[in-house]
Design a protein around this ligand. Sequence first.
Ligand code: AMP
Length: 370
Amino acid sequence: MDIKLHDLYFKPYLSAKEIDDAVQKMVDDISEDLGDEMPVFVGILNGSFMLVSDFVKKYPKPCEVTFIKLASYKGVKSTEDIQRLIGITQDLTDRTVVILEDIIDSGNTLGEVHRIFKNENVKQLLIATLFYKPESYDKDFKLHYVGKEIPNKFIVGYGLDYDQLGRDLPDVYQLKTTQHMTNIVLFGPPGAGKGTQAEFLKEKYDLVHISTGDVFRYNIKNETALGMLAKSYMDKGELVPDQVTIDMLNKEVEKNADAKGFIFDGFPRTNAQAEALDKLMVSKDSQINAMVALEVDDEVLVGRLLKRGETSGRADDADESIIRNRIKEYYDKTAILKDYYSAQDKYHGVDGVGSIEDITERLSTVIDKL
Ligand code: AMP
């Protein structure tokens, strides 16, 4: 389950069990190296409190525990400015000191740690960190023990916070690359009114409308290679091949990296497209929230499309046999997607016959509940 802290959404990243394994690994490595020597473990507050507690409970030999508290100014000055709030309060002469850090990313804190211990005459200073971000570490201080290397993404939980929230969580969560989106598949046979309704819904919900049919027609008008390829299928009322359509759709989504969500109109039309769309959404840390389907009788569709053909200039609206082929393609290849989304409890059927306003209202009722 995703969580929200302040204004941001985070997704599960490491379970309590995985964290426990990483802590155990640190304990095993350190206790093996130190043998009977009694170390002083020094936690760096606030973030390391949970780690230190779990760590010393697992540590198999007697040990001492203390803390130092450092803070980096936020907002006002660069975070390179580390402020010492609680320093060393006991004599550490000739002792083996093991620093226990929750996370090391840029390594700024380590500089201050080394300054603090420079005059303490310790026997040795060892650095141990539960999490380590190699991609962002740019210092030369040696890291003696690492519980787990992690990618350079912002995490919270197990002592780590986002603006003071999240420290209490037993699991670790990762910041979602794409924040909360609403993604809707607007579904229905040709002529059901998807394009018309999408125009209203995109305004109302501040979503980006992607109509694969429109993108194909734009490419045909501009005589691109994609347009030429698509035209041969569209003119017969057949579907454009999946991979061509999927690649195009992916690009359209990439073009709108800041979108609050999408209305997909005319996509997906096959199982392969639906699966590709799910994959794309996962790569954005997101998902399809609902398929909202406009339900309209075939004969009404044919009538509507013939009427639209009088003004739309679309070759595939002009001829009744092509229109019937498009509807047949829908039932042969696309209608099964109702099952695909029903299986995920995401299918919502809406009566697509009535005034435009009434139908917008019906669709909104469904979307408002998401
Ligand atoms: P539309 O504007 O949605 O009615 O689409 C018009 C035509 O574009 C269709 O009859 C297909 O030839 C093609 N097309 C649009 N979207 C897709 C899709 N998702 N997969 C395959 N072909 C599509």
